[in-house]
Design a protein around this ligand. Structure first.
Ligand code: G3I
Length: 567
């Protein structure tokens, strides 16, 4: 009997660590016997039985589990269900997620502004530099003019990463992204030393994750008004570009209004960067001090302008031209205050930062996103627990209790879920950028592991990496260039316009979003439940865009799991 690839079998298409849990999910009716075989289906290496069906609480569909954790042999295999079909191939090996970790960090290189990407580093995706006019020809939007920078002023604000599928640069989103990459370095410095992505800086004195972060950090520094320390919310066109290559996107670029969220996210990242680059002072003289000064000045500006939230509609009522690109707006900056205060406190050891804001307004532990950065501050306080002053130390027991409590909530009832993943216990997980929900849950679980040494948190984090790499209700691997059924048509201008069939690799698609059909109005949605509301079409920017703030926690989770695996 001929056996075919069965779309009903869902698994991590990249693979499994030899000693880790290994699960495939089989959706719908299926014979109960499964095997694991070589990809030619000739050699059976494992036999088992599917679990009893579990109901998916979101779609109502039933799913059964093929658990082959007992198979620990290295190799390339498929799951085969005689009578149904086989899965995509996957590997079992010790450093099985290394390529994903490296590839997703390399994804940032492809997003670099202001520089040619030569074939040597970019392969098939080589391209000329985009937005070269940012060197000297950025306009100050009327919303951003100040006494020192009157109308008609032109600025230089090159480098940085393109935010996503569009070509604009937003401080708020750059903040959480850069903070997450810098945290990977702070949590796993020896591992990061060995973590090479073949970028022009590879082999210099800095680990590649810091070189890559520096590309964006240098741009961020140019977004601070030297006159008052305020930070522009974004550098953008007035309207989004067409689906063209970066060097063909030549519309005027503006820095737009200073905001308190931009200032505080900037302050947090600069404070963190300052302590990291202190150890590299020989290679980067003055950088650490510049970052610290920038952080303190942004903080002071925020203290003077606490109500300066970014409201695009209000801005457009007052100023021309209208700006209709990504808003990254926020109604509440209390979490940005917490993050900035925590980073400045840890870097400077000055209790004034700790005391300046209410670091514990309540007992909530809101999952990080671009709009919610409270936990980034908590992670930092815990990361540096040994160096805190007494005022910070006194809160540590409570902080530890809250973080482990949060992690316990995340892992609760995972075994009852159809897909056996932390991600997707509730339909509320499937928002715009749901892949980052999965990845940030993973980061939180890894923080809990670092605190407790309890491997159950690591195992849970791995379920979400399995989710992102294929064990999900869509059957896609959400990382371009990985797995046998990866996303091929992300909403990503270079991937659409470059004439190369394969999309730019190492980029994380936003993933299922219950509201996507209303939000992007792309045609082709057929799903009836949030966990499947996804189409691999470039018009689907609400389910299939890529974005730096989604890639960063993927880099963190994949790299951290690589760093922590013992087999
Ligand atoms: O958080 C609420 C949730 O409480 C509510 O239940 C749910 C119901 O609609 O909505 C949730 O908010 C959504 C939010 O994303 C979740 O993070 C908003 O509806 C949704 O509009 C919002 O989407 C944001 C989107 O821009 C539109 O503004 C995404 O977070 C954000 O990642 C995305 O970012 C864009 C930039 O603007 C421009 N560059 C590309 C980038 C990625 O698409």
């Amino acid at each position: 009997q001929a056996q075919q690839l069965s779309p009903a079998i869902r698994l991590n298409q990249v693979g499994f660590y030899p000693k880790a849990t290994k699960i495939a999910i089989v959706v719908g009716e299926s014979p109960a016997d499964f095997q694991v075989t070589t990809p030619d289906l000739k050699k059976v290496v494992f036999k088992g039985q599917l679990s009893e069906p579990r109901q998916n609480s979101i779609s109502g569909k039933t799913a059964r589990t093929a658990d082959f954790s007992a198979l620990k042999t290295a190799g390339t295999f498929v799951v085969l269900i005689p009578g149904l079909g086989h899965s995509q191939p996957f590997e079992i090996k010790t450093d099985v997620h290394r390529a994903v970790a490296i590839g997703s960090l390399k994804g940032f290189y492809y997003q670099r502004v202001s520089v040619d990407l030569p074939e040597k580093y970019a392969g098939r995706w080589s391209r000329p530099a985009g937005h070269v006019k940012e060197d000297g020809q950025v306009l100050v939007h009327p919303s951003a003019v100040s006494p020192g920078r009157p109308a008609g002023t032109v600025l230089s604000s090159p480098r940085g990463w393109y935010d996503a599928g569009d070509y604009n640069k937003y401080i708020v989103n750059s903040g959480i992204t850069t903070g997450t990459l810098l945290s990977l370095y702070e949590d796993f410095p020896p591992f990061c030393q060995k973590f090479q992505t073949n970028i022009p800086e590879s082999g210099n004195q800095l680990p590649d994750v810091l070189d890559e972060s520096l590309w964006n950090l240098r741009w961020m520094l140019t977004m601070q008004d030297p006159a008052d320390g305020g930070v522009y919310h974004k550098l953008t066109n007035a309207r989004f570009d067409g689906m063209v290559m970066p060097d063909k996107a030549t519309k005027e670029r503006y820095v737009v209004q200073k905001s308190v969220t931009a200032a505080l996210d900037f302050a947090a990242v600069m404070a963190q960067a300052s302590r990291i680059f202190k150890s590299f002072a020989r290679n980067l003289p003055g950088l650490s001090d510049s970052c610290r000064t920038a952080a303190v000045r942004a903080w002071k500006w925020a203290r003077k302008n606490p109500d300066q939230l970014y409201r695009q509609n209000a801005l457009n009522e007052q100023f021309d031209p209208d700006v209709v690109t990504g808003e990254y707006g926020d109604r509440d900056a209390s979490d940005e205050w917490i993050w900035a205060a925590a980073e400045l406190y840890v870097t400077t050891k000055d209790d004034a930062y700790y005391k300046a804001v209410n670091l514990f307004p309540d007992t909530k532990m809101p999952l990080p996103s671009w709009a919610q950065v409270r936990l980034l501050g908590y992670y930092t306080l815990l990361r540096f627990e040994k160096t805190l002053t007494p005022v910070g130390k006194q809160d540590l027991p409570r902080l530890k209790h809250q973080l482990t409590g949060f992690a316990d909530e995340l892992i609760q009832d995972v075994d009852k879920q159809a897909y056996q993943t932390v991600m997707g216990k509730t339909a509320r997980d499937y928002i715009w950028g749901s892949s980052a929900v999965a990845a940030n849950q993973g980061v939180a679980l890894i923080q809990a592991y670092r605190l407790t040494n309890d491997k159950k948190y690591l195992r849970a984090a791995l379920t979400n990496l399995d989710y992102l790499l294929g064990r999900n209700a869509t059957g896609y691997c959400f990382v371009t260039g990985f797995g046998d059924k990866p996303v091929m048509n992300p909403h990503h201008r270079p991937s659409v316009a470059d004439g190369v069939e394969a999309p730019v690799p190492g980029l994380l698609s936003g993933g299922p979003n219950g509201n996507a059909p209303k939000q992007d109005k792309c045609e082709g949605y057929t799903a009836t439940s949030a966990d499947e509301m996804f189409i691999d079409a470039s018009c689907s920017y609400a389910s299939n865009e890529i974005a730096i703030n989604w890639n960063a926690p993927l880099v963190y989770v994949a790299a951290a799991l690589e760093a922590l695996q013992t087999s």
